[in-house]
Design a protein around this ligand. Structure first.
Ligand code: NAD
Length: 573
């Protein structure tokens, strides 16, 4: 550590890593010190020159005697003094909370904007930009943000906030960090100086908020900005953060399933995003995640997302792969039948000029699925969307099903989905950037028949798995959707196994006559991912079956007894 002068205070400055490497300057928020960045700095310092400092009034830096000296002018002068001391022509700025507020302000000022190569912001908007949002944002959006900002009003009161910092506030803060974000206190965070820092830092709120909200400056900035939206941040609303995009000509909107102190709870993800972004701004290639999160007009809804689809060689899988590709995604088409997967991938390349990969895969094999998931992560990255679609049918009465019929059906239809969920959900959780899993169940998940006992059992289990998983993964920003189509005109009846009486011809004809194309199922899947829907019954019989199974389970049981007599309701013979 060394102390550098800035106006009426001396600032504690900390440097790590080789000076020759690109410089990342980490600016902490309120009521933290530079130590809040310990984990992130440790992860970056092998490739970067990492600089941190305690802002005025915090940690080992001095506090101004004059309370007015917490204004943006003084904070910008401090940042300038740090930049002068580092002596690098350009640095990558990273600001959290109040560190973010003051960086947004500083990069609009001559003398600093030329030296900021990029700016990564999280946990705090710019004040000028927020003032614009509060004036011109929708009523509900503004009310949502104001409800999160109640404490800012409380900090304007005299004496009481000071007393709160001397009394219960430090313990309450540590408790809420632990309960809401799972962050345990460690050496350096919260700092030993927390009570004093908390009282000093009230000057930040009192000197800047009201004046700046009343008379905001021009919110536009010229520096490339990466916003990391932390989805469980209790202080800043997603709408306010999203509104920031209009103020920077080059803007990346990243998402992280984390709370306010993401650098403590998810240091790997935060460090990775900072490194990816600064390397790209310095002329390196753009990663797919960065391309995905770049904010630009006219982009496809799934532009640069990686989508993995099993059973993509035919029917619903094929249509879904094509639909995602048509909306900009890079798709992995996996199928037991390699040739059909290759055909689908090649057609996607020709028809939509999108990258598509074909992989031979047996979803029923644990080792094949583990290898597949590992290869995907290694070669293309963590998928944004996984569609567990591969499925087979065995039709006929229960007493005619062999053990092998049961095993095969459950291995493909249920275990294939379990493997897809367990392997890819783990990757998505570890990456921390959210994602979506779609499991293809069926009308058979909730409508019993005498002809499909193994198939229906597997699909009912898939639906329940989806409900359980959705509850568990919601906190990680990962959506789970169960899609339940009725009859769809695909090759499933032709590919099915028939036991007992031979229903092949009847079933094939039935699906063909139904005339419901898999492309319409695909459209439902894309919309469901976009809206994060839980259960999506598709087509008339899918919707009626779903509704009836909830309104009158006994009527559905009566229908199940009839089903063996009528044979096939679609064909009617
Ligand atoms: P399909 O037979 O046209 O396509 C299924 C694809 O899965 C084929 O390409 C097949 O090679 C592949 N596949 C089969 N076993 C596999 C395995 N072990 N590993 C990898 N790939 C495998 O059938 P479809 O109608 O498109 O079915 C897709 C999904 O939709 C299935 O889960 C099915 O149960 C479900 N579904 C279909 C209907 C319908 O009426 N077609 C209705 C409801 C639900």
């Amino acid at each position: 550590m060394r102390l550098i002068p800035s106006g009426d205070v001396r600032l504690a400055l900390f440097e790590e890593g080789e000076r020759e490497n690109p410089t990342i300057l980490l600016v902490h928020g309120y009521p933290d010190t530079h130590r809040v960045w310990d984990e992130v700095a440790g992860l970056l310092s092998d490739r970067y020159h990492v600089v941190r400092y305690d802002v005025r009034g915090a940690g080992s830096s001095g506090a101004p005697r004059d309370r007015r000296h917490y204004s943006f002018d003084h904070l910008a002068a401090d940042l300038g003094a740090v930049l002068d001391e580092i002596g690098k022509p350009r640095v990558h700025l990273v600001g959290h909370d109040w560190g973010s507020l003051q960086c947004w302000e500083a990069i609009g000022r001559p003398g600093i904007r030329e030296r900021a190569a990029s700016f990564t912001t999280f946990g705090g908007p710019g004040l000028d930009q927020a003032a614009h949002f509060l004036r011109y944002g929708g009523r509900r959006e503004v009310a949502g943000q104001l409800a999160r900002s109640w404490y800012i009003g409380a900090f304007q009161l005299p004496v009481l906030p000071e007393l709160a910092w001397r009394g219960p506030l430090p313990r309450a803060l540590a408790r809420s960090m632990r309960l809401a974000e799972g962050i345990e206190p460690r050496q350096g965070h919260p700092a030993d100086t927390l009570k004093r820092d908390g009282r000093n830092g009230l000057g930040l709120y009192r000197q800047n908020f009201l004046t700046r909200l009343r008379t905001p400056a021009d919110p536009g900035v010229e520096v490339p900005v990466q916003l990391i939206e932390t989805s469980r941040d209790i202080f800043v609303s997603p709408r306010l953060l999203a509104s920031m995009r209009q103020w920077a000509p080059e803007f990346w909107h990243r998402r992280l399933a984390a709370g306010h102190w993401a650098q403590r709870s998810h240091p790997e993800a935060v460090a990775r995003m900072i490194a990816e972004f600064s390397a790209h701004v310095d002329g390196g290639a753009s990663t797919r995640s960065l391309r995905r999160d770049r904010v630009r007009e006219g982009r496809g809804a799934y532009q640069d997302r990686l989508v993995v689809i099993t059973g993509a060689g035919s029917g619903i899988g094929r249509a879904t792969a094509r639909a995602f590709a048509a909306h900009g995604a890079e798709v992995v088409c996996a199928d037991l039948d390699h040739e059909s997967a290759v055909r689908v991938a090649e057609d996607i390349g020709k028809d939509f000029r999108r990258t598509a990969h074909a992989v031979q895969l047996d979803v029923a094999s644990t080792t094949a699925m583990e290898e597949f998931a590992g290869n995907i992560a290694e070669q293309y990255g963590v998928p944004d969307v996984v569609v567990n679609n591969a499925g087979i049918a065995v039709a006929g009465p229960f007493l005619d099903h062999s053990l092998d019929d049961w095993r095969r059906t459950l291995d493909v239809n249920l275990w294939g989905v379990i493997h897809g969920c367990r392997l890819f959900a783990r990757q998505m959780v570890e990456r921390g950037e959210g994602g979506h899993i779609v499991n293809i169940a069926s009308l058979a998940a909730f409508v019993a028949t005498r002809e499909l006992p193994a198939y229906s059992t597997s699909k009912a289990a898939v639906k329940m798995l989806g409900d359980c998983l959705r509850a568990e993964l919601a906190g990680h920003g990962i959506g789970v959707t169960t899609v339940c189509p009725g009859f769809v005109s695909t090759a499933i009846a032709r590919n099915a196994t028939y036991v007992g009486s031979d229903l092949r011809e009847l079933a094939e004809l039935g699906l063909q006559r139904r005339g419901y194309p898999p492309e319409r199922v695909a459209a439902h899947i894309l919309r469901a991912v976009h809206r994060n829907e839980a259960v999506v019954p598709v087509n008339v019989e899918g919707k009626i079956g779903y509704a009836m199974s909830r309104i009158s389970p006994s009527a559905m049981r009566a229908f199940a007894r009839l089903s063996g007599v009528v044979r096939n309701p679609v064909v009617g013979r």
